[in-house]
Each structure stands twice: as structure tokens, then as C-alpha cells.
Design a protein around this ligand. Structure first.
Ligand SMILES: [Zn+2]
Length: 124
């Protein structure tokens, strides 16, 4: 069983409920914390991050709030894609719309699934 170690205190995290996973940048790089060791990087910050607001960029990946944001963002993009598809007159526009419909949920939800499989499931 792979051990999940807190990036703040360097001690192992043993309970799923005690785990906070925060994504680094937009890729598949994550920091893991105990609930008590985690500090919200946006707390008290006046910087408004659209990415953070829309799909939880920089926020804990494994929180219910972020999951809901990601699902909502996916659905909004699928609806946008369907709208583009309905007005598409060229092959390029149709292709673009189809890519938006397929890739938006895939990209937004793959990260969530990855965190679940890699860090949360082993602690169950
Ligand atoms: Zn810790």
C-alpha cells in the first residue's frame, strides 16, 4: 500500500477524512496535507482567480465543493459546445464543437478521478 505523506509536517496521512489534496499548476502534480496542516492559499488574498472560482484551480481537489464546481463547469462547456454545434456551418466549427463536448468533461473530471484513485482509495 503506497503511503500518503503530508507535504507540511512530513508525517503519513492515514485517514481519508484527514486528507486534503491541492493541485499544483494545471498539471498532474499534487500536494497532500492533513486537514490541520492545510492552509488555503487564497485565504485573505484579494486576488480574484477565475480558474479557482470556475473549476477550483489551486483549491483542494478532493473537496465536495471543488467536485461540484468541476461538474458544473463541464456541463456549462458541454452546453456551449452543443450551442456551437447547432449554429456550426463549417466542418471546422463542427469539429471544434465536438471536441469541446468530449474534452471538457474528460479534462476536468480526469484529474478528480486520478486524485481519488491515487490518494483516496488506498486510504479507504
Ligand atoms: Zn501534516
Amino acid at each position: 500500500m503506497p503511503e500518503v505523506v503530508c507535504d507540511e509536517c512530513k508525517k503519513p496521512i492515514t485517514k481519508k477524512d484527514d486528507l486534503v489534496v491541492r493541485s499544483q499548476f494545471h498539471g498532474f502534480s499534487f500536494k497532500k496535507f492533513h486537514k490541520g496542516c492545510y492552509k488555503d492559499p487564497y485565504k485573505g488574498s484579494a486576488v480574484f482567480s477565475i480558474g479557482s472560482f470556475l473549476y477550483g484551480y489551486g483549491r483542494p481537489v478532493n473537496s465536495k465543493e471543488t467536485t461540484i464546481r468541476r461538474i458544473a463547469a463541464s456541463m456549462a462547456l458541454v452546453i456551449l459546445g452543443l450551442f456551437i454545434l447547432s449554429i456550426a456551418k463549417t466542418f471546422a466549427m463542427t469539429l471544434f464543437a465536438v471536441l469541446v463536448i468530449i474534452l471538457s468533461p474528460l479534462i476536468l473530471l480526469t484529474k478528480r478521478a486520478y486524485v481519488y484513485l491515487k490518494y483516496e482509495r488506498p486510504l479507504d
